[in-house]
Ligand binder design. Sequence first.
Ligand SMILES: [Zn+2]
Length: 270
Amino acid sequence: MGSSVSRFKLKDRVGIAWINSACGKCSFCRKGNENLCPEFQGTGCDVNGGYAQYTVVGEDFAYPIPERFSDCQAAPLLCAGAIGYRALRLTNLEDGQILGLFGFGASAHIVIQIAKHKYRSSPVFVFTGAGQKDHQDLAGKLGADWVGVTGDTPPTKLNCAIDFTPAWKPVIEALRVLEKGGRVVINAIRKEEKDKDSLLESSYQNHLWLEKELKTAANITSRDAREFLPLAGEIPIMPQVQEFDLEQANEALLLLKQGKIQGAGVLKIT
Ligand SMILES: [Zn+2]
C-alpha cells in the first residue's frame, strides 16, 4: 500500500474494475463521466493487470469487496455487474415500469437481481436467443415475469430495455416492442458490423417515432463500482460462477462464444 493512501488499510480486500484510471480534470471527469474521459485507461487493455497475479491501481479506482462474497463470486460483480448496474441506471426505469432484457448472460443475470430489488413492482421480461433453454431456465429461477425468444411479442410493451448481445436484431426488436417515450440501452462494446439485421433495417415509423430513445452504455465510472458493490452485498446478489484455471482460458472463451457458460466464467490465477 502506498504511503499516501487514505481510503484503505493494509490487508483490506479490494477489487479492481475495468476502469483503471481517468484524468479527473477534463470536462467529462468533472461531470462524473470518467467513462468518457479521453485519457480513460482500461485494466488489462491500456494498463497491465487483469490476467495477472499482481497489479497496481490508484486508491480511487479500488473498491472494498463485501465479506459475503468469495474472490470468485466478486469477479463478475466488478465487471459484468458494475456495467450492468450502469446500464440499468441509464434506462431511467421507475418502479412499476416494465423492463426488458435482451440476452441473458453474465451481465443480465445480475441486472435482473438488482432490478427485482430496487424496483419491486416492475415486471421484468427476458428475451433470449432461440434454443437457449438453460438461459431461459435461469431467468425464470431469478424471477423473470415473462421469458421468450427475441422476435416474440411480449404481453405488454416495454418502458425500458437493455440489450446485452453482440447482434443488431435484439436492438431492433426491443425498439419494436417499446412503449412510447421508452428507452433502449445497448450494453455491448462491439456490434457485429456485417449483421444482416443492422440498424439500417429498422424503420423510423415502427422503431423510433413517438419519442423512443436509443442510448449506449460505454465503460463504467468509479461511482458505478463504488455504489454497486455494497448494494450487491445488501441484496444479496448471488453470481452464478463457472471457474476455470488460467490454462483453460481458451476453452473458457470458446464456451462463452457458444453461449455455454451459465452466468459468468471466472479465470483463477493462483
Ligand atoms: Zn478526464
